[in-house]
Design a protein around this ligand. Structure first.
Ligand code: NAD
Ligand code: UD1
Length: 338
C-alpha cells in the first residue's frame, strides 16, 4: 500500500514526502517539474535514506495516471500539483483552470476507475475571501475569491464535495493552508520560487543574502498594530505533518472534512522582519511602498478543529521558521539551480 503524492517535488510536496517516508509510508510520486526540480526529490531521499517511486509526468495525462494506478497499490492520494501564483493567475486564467481544475478532475476520474477513494487536497485560506473576520473558521462562507487561483481552489472544493455526495464511500480532506514558510532543518530542501518572489518570506531571504536590494513593505497604513498586514505564518514541516494526520483520519472515515492548517497567531510584516533579523543576525533594508492590490489587512486561522478532530497542531514558532528559511537560502543562494 502506498500514498500517491502529486506535485511531490514542490515546496510543500517535498516536505510532506519527508514526513511520509519518516512515518513508514511508501510513496509513489508524480510531478511535471513545471515549478520544481529533480534535485528536491533527490534531497528528500538523502534526508530520509529512503527511496520513492517517481513518475515524471502531468496529472492531466490520463494514461500516466492509469499506469500509476495499475502498477501500484495506491491507498490514498495527497494532491499538491497545481499552479499557485496569484498575479500570474490573473494574466493566464485559463492555464490555471486547466491545470488546477481539469487536472483535479482527471485525477479523480483515475481514482474512481481504480477504486481509490481517499484524497487529501491542498486548498488555501484564500477561499475565505475578503469579507470574513479573523480568526477564520471552517464553517464561514467561502467562495468570494479575488483571483482565478483562489477561484480554482474553491471550485475544486465544490467538485470534491459533489464527488462525495454521489459516492459516499469517498473520504476527502480539504486542507486550507495559511502562510507556509520555513524549510527542513537540514537546509537541503526549501522554497525556490521562480523570478522575483511575490511572497514575503522568500523576498526577505533573498534580500538577506543580497540577491535583492531591499524588502518592499507593501502597505503601512492598515488597521493593525503597526500598520502592516497580519498573516498566520506556519512552518512547512508542521504543515506537512498535518497531511499525515489527514491520511490517518481517512484510513477509517468517509466524508468530506475541511481543516484550517495554521497556527492561530497573526504576525505583521514588521514582526516577521524583526524575527528574521534576530534569527539571521542581519539587517534587512526595507522600503515603504503602497498597498499591494487585493491584499487584506488581517488573515489568521482558528486551527482548533484540526486539533480536535486530527490531534494536529503547529509546534514550531516564528523564530524556528525564520532560522530554517535563512539556513535554506544561505546554503542554496540560487535555490536548486547550482
Ligand atoms: P509548488 O509550485 O512548489 O509545488 C507544486 C508542484 O506541482 C510543483 O512541483 C509543480 O512542478 C507540480 N505541478 C504543477 N502542475 C502540475 C501538473 N499538471 N502535473 C504534475 N505536476 C504539476 O507549490 P507549493 O507551495 O508546494 O504548493 C502545493 C499546493 O499547495 C498547491 O496546490 C498550492 O496551490 C497549494 N497552496 C500553497 C500555498 C503556499 O503558500 N505555498 C498556500 C495555499 C495552498
Ligand atoms: C499570498 C496570496 C494567497 C496565497 C499565499 C500563499 C495574494 C493577494 N495572496 O498570500 O492567495 O495563498 O500568498 O502563496 O497574493 N508583503 C510585503 N512585501 C512583499 C511581499 C509581501 O510587504 O514583498 C506583505 C503583504 O502585503 C502581506 C504579507 O506580506 O501583508 C504576506 O504576503 P504574502 O507572503 O504574499 O502572502 P499573502 O498575501 O497572505
Amino acid at each position: 500500500m502506498a500514498i500517491l503524492v502529486t506535485g511531490a517535488a514542490g515546496y510543500i510536496g517535498s516536505h510532506t514526502c519527508v514526513e511520509l517516508l519518516c512515518g513508514g509510508y511508501d510513496i509513489v510520486a508524480i510531478d511535471n517539474f513545471s515549478n520544481s526540480s529533480q534535485t528536491a526529490l533527490d534531497m528528500v531521499e538523502r534526508i530520509t535514506g529512503k527511496k520513492m517511486r517517481f513518475y515524471p509526468g502531468d496529472i492531466r495525462d490520463k494514461d500516466i495516471l492509469n499506469r500509476i494506478f495499475t502498477e501500484n497499490e495506491i491507498d490514498a492520494v495527497i494532491h499538491f500539483a497545481g499552479l499557485k501564483a496569484v498575479g500570474e493567475s490573473c494574466e493566464i486564467p485559463l492555464e490555471y483552470y486547466d491545470n488546477n481544475v481539469y487536472g483535479s478532475i482527471v485525477l479523480c476520474k483515475a481514482m474512481l476507475q481504480h477504486n481509490c477513494k481517499r484524497l487529501v487536497f491542498s486548498s488555501s485560506a484564500t477561499v475565505y475571501g475578503e469579507n470574513n473576520p479573523s480568526p477564520l473558521r471552517e464553517d464561514m462562507p467561502v467562495g468570494a475569491a479575488t483571483n482565478p487561483y483562489g477561484s480554482s481552489k474553491y471550485i475544486i472544493e465544490l467538485i470534491l464535495t459533489d464527488l462525495f455526495n454521489c459516492d459516499n464511500s469517498f473520504g476527502i480532506c480539504l486542507l486550507r493552508y495559511f502562510n507556509p514558510i520555513g524549510a527542513h532543518e537540514s537546509g537541503l530542501i526549501g522554497e525556490d520560487p521562480n523570478g522575483i518572489p511575490n511572497n514575503l518570506m522568500p523576498r526577505i531571504t533573498q534580500t538577506a543574502i543580497g540577491r535583492l536590494p531591499y524588502l518592499p513593505i507593501r502597505g503601512t497604513d492598515y488597521d493593525t498594530h503597526d500598520g502592516t498586514g497580519v498573516r498566520d505564518y506556519i512552518h512547512v514541516a508542521d504543515l506537512a505533518k498535518g497531511h499525515i494526520k489527514a491520511v490517518e483520519k481517512l484510513a477509517n472515515s468517509t466524508g468530506v472534512f475541511t481543516y484550517n492548517l495554521g497556527t492561530g497567531t497573526g504576525y505583521s510584516v514588521y514582526d516577521l522582519v524583526r524575527a528574521f533579523e534576530k534569527a539571521s543576525g542581519l539587517k534587512i533594508p526595507c522600503k515603504k511602498e503602497p498597498r499591494r492590490p487585493g491584499d487584506i489587512a488581517v488573515c489568521y486561522s482558528d486551527p482548533s478543529k484540526a486539533f480536535k478532530e486530527l490531534g494536529w497542531k503547529a509546534e514550531k514558532n516564528l523564530d524556528d521558521m525564520c532560522a530554517d528559511s535563512f539556513r535554506w537560502q544561505k546554503n542554496n543562494p540560487n535555490g536548486y539551480r547550482k
